[in-house]
Design a protein around this ligand. Structure first.
Ligand SMILES: Nc1ncnc2c1ncn2[C@@H]1O[C@H](COP(=O)(O)OP(=O)(O)OP(=O)(O)O)[C@@H](O)[C@H]1O
Ligand SMILES: [Mg+2]
Length: 349
């Protein structure tokens, strides 16, 4: 799933996990930490999966092989997998992550197949994987797909993931589907606001609902924030247009003091200056050469700053040359947070 911040990717991954569990699959859900290697993050999860396969009580050589493969893998890539006795390590790992991860996936996939089980890996924030880790993961899944083993990956990440995966392995675009996740459709957006209120016998006036739908752009995280503030502003049912307008003010103030501010604080000065220049162009993705021009920088001076913002998950590139913010309304926030005169003065300095 590819989508901007706050569209509901993590919510969906959790829902998929629940569905997989209900259907008797063994699941492992992890959120990629850019500070850690994939091996370190994956090994404990896979050990958990193997233990659960083991409980299906058909211990046999193939499961032993999978455990051995995991031990060798964990030892090679310095991953901790709890109470593992490395003296039992089986066929030695090569140290090449692509080869070793493929062997490990195949061993685990084989063991699952023999038990009539399926394994579902759910990986959040995949765009944070290092390039080598991403390409090893893709290669391992390629082999799984060729062997038709019951191991599935559901991933979620920012839109640049499709390009990162394609750059890592050109066949990635054929191996995966990349469903885009975006704002809710109008009916679902109204439902997301009105249904929880109605459960408490509170209704929205139509004008209030229309207004909130418009203000939030049907963007899930904002629907949550606006809904909460509408609830707090309204004295009683129904929630009126005046309540919704007051809620908008409160919601924007809360975002400014909350996630927007936090995200701005993570930027260096030159990244802030780039983001501010970018914000001047509005909400839609803009040509990065226009941003460079407006900052009086050459393209090659500006490109590294843009790439830093993309790597930090602040910006994304919907297509070559274009760049946009990953959080809706962030452009408006930047213009509020750093007024134009201050931005100009800083740029000159
Ligand atoms: N289908 C939905 N209907 C209504 N609200 C939703 C829905 N999905 C998500 N939300 C709201 O949006 C919020 C953000 O969802 P979620 O954390 O899954 O986004 P995300 O895409 O993972 O964002 P990020 O990229 O920042 O991790 C949720 O906490 C919830 O309030
Ligand atoms: Mg998420």
């Amino acid at each position: 799933m590819l989508g901007l911040r706050g569209v509901g990717k993590t919510v969906l991954l959790n829902a998929f996990e629940a569905i997989a569990e209900e259907n008797g699959c063994q699941t492992a859900l992890l959120e990629i930490d850019p500070e850690k290697s994939l091996a370190q993050q994956l090994a404990p999860q896979l050990q958990h999966v193997l233990h659960r396969l083991d409980r299906l009580k058909k211990t046999s050589s193939d499961l032993q092989r999978a455990f051995n493969s995991l031990r060798a893998f964990a030892s090679m890539f310095k991953a901790s997998v709890g109470d593992v006795d490395f003296s039992l390590a089986g066929s030695p790992a090569t140290g090449d992550l692509a080869i070793d991860l493929t062997d490990l996936f195949v061993a685990i996939g084989d063991a699952a197949k023999k038990r009539g089980a399926a394994i579902v890996l759910l990986v959040d924030e995949i765009q944070y994987l290092q390039k080598g880790d991403l390409s090893a993961l893709i290669m391992a899944l390629h082999k799984i797909s060729q062997r038709q083993l019951p191991l599935l990956l559901f991933g979620a990440g920012l839109p640049q993931l499709a390009k990162l995966a394609g750059d890592a392995k050109s066949y990635a675009e054929r191996l995966f589907d990349y469903p885009p996740i975006g704002p809710l459709d109008p009916k679902s957006a109204r439902h997301a606001l009105a249904a929880p209120a109605l459960r408490e016998d509170v209704e929205y006036e139509t004008a209030a609902l229309d207004y909130v739908i418009d203000q939030t752009g049907r963007y899930p995280f904002f629907l949550q924030v606006w809904g909460s503030h509408c609830w707090d502003e309204a004295g009683n049912s129904p929630i009126t247009l005046a309540d919704a307008k007051a809620a908008t003010k409160a919601a924007i103030a809360a975002l400014d003091e909350g996630i927007f501010k936090v995200r701005l604080a993570r930027l260096t000065d030159r990244q802030k200056a780039y983001a501010r220049a970018m914000a001047e162009f509005g909400a839609e993705p803009v040509n990065s050469s226009d941003i460079a021009n407006s900052m009086n920088l050459s393209l090659s001076q500006a490109a590294p700053i843009r790439d830093e913002l993309i790597k930090k998950g602040m910006a994304y590139s919907p297509e070559r040359g274009l760049v946009g913010f990953t959080v809706p309304k962030f452009d408006e926030f930047m213009r509020r947070a750093i007024p134009a005169t201050v931005a100009k003065r800083k740029a000159k300095a």
